[in-house]
Ligand binder design. Sequence first.
Ligand code: 9MR
Length: 393
Amino acid sequence: MAFTNPTTTNKFKAAAIALALFASSFTACKSSMEEDLAPEQSADQTETVVSANDLDPTSEKGSYHLKGHTLKKAFSFPIGAAVVYERLKNEPYASTLKKEFSRLSSESNFKFHMLQPKEGVFTFAKADSIVAFAQQNNMQVHGHTLIWALDGVTPKWVLEHKGGAKEFEAIMKNHIYTVMKHFKGKVTSWDVVNEALTPGGGYVDNIWLRKMGEGYLLKAFQFASEADPSAKLFANDYSQEYGGKKLSKYLRIADEAKAKGIRFDGLGFQMHTVLRVDANMIQQSFVRTAAKGLLVHISEMDVALRYQKPKTFDLTDSLSRAQGKKYKEIVYAYINGVPKHLQWGITTWGVGDKDSYFNRGYAESNHDYPLLFSKDYKAKWAYRGFIEAGLGR
Ligand code: 9MR
């Protein structure tokens, strides 16, 4: 299927690289926002020093699990991982999920093309298995995503559908109603729209925009709140964590939703990020979002390393520690920038490095190492930095 072939994957990777470079350009424009930072953001706080006594004695060498601690116990909000249905039977993938995480997203199985590949034909089996796995293990499920504002990931039957605004509104309503009602009570939150805005704050060109105009976005939220009044509804996107025009536009859209009586509960910050990103700036974006009373979800977090390195490189100890430090800074930015009642949680986009979408279709020698667990599911410095923020260290 077009969505999983290597060419498409490479396109995503290219987009991610462009995005990371775009992100890094923001680090140049640090501003007075730093004055507002909580004292916990000091450099000392983000030093990670592993003492052998602290480490879980059952961990293998080079693994930074902490004695008596797991991610899900260390935080007052859910810690999620994006999963791929086909891997749920793999070990230690499954046991790592069960031990450490309290929420699941799915990399692909809840997307439009997966759930309704043909008009009116809904295929829920894989998504249902993910929900069942979550329920058996006391985890929440976050639904990603009802509408992805990109033609490249929209099913052909939608793109080729004849008809105007009315017909497309009916297609949107039927999809959102059918999917959300199917998962009612089992999926607690949804990305209603994904990647709807350009970094400059405009609407991304896509079939829904062309057929229904800009109002398609809040229409989707309206249908979602009707379909499941108890689910929390998010707009999910990349790069608004850097506080540019995209964030401002989402905050205006949230105001507009409020004025129109349409429920719009929060923003998902994907946070596919890189080492040189400034966590202070990210914190400021969280503060601005929370000031509107919106929930804040870090929805797809990973910290890629390749941009600082040649194509092929080893994960050296110093690089690994730097990554741990960056994870810690960003998790602290979340804890300090978002009041408790608006902390919807933090989700990483995969479990072990081998699972990362970055690495799909690439030889192992050319892999990145963006996640909390190594390819053999040992806890990395990234894990250590992440969990230490939860433990207030
Ligand atoms: O990680 C996902 C990959 O497995 C899929 O092939 C791809 C297309 O469905 O989507 C990837 O996930 C993306 C997410 O849905 C939205 N934000 C960017 C993610 C990485 O491309």
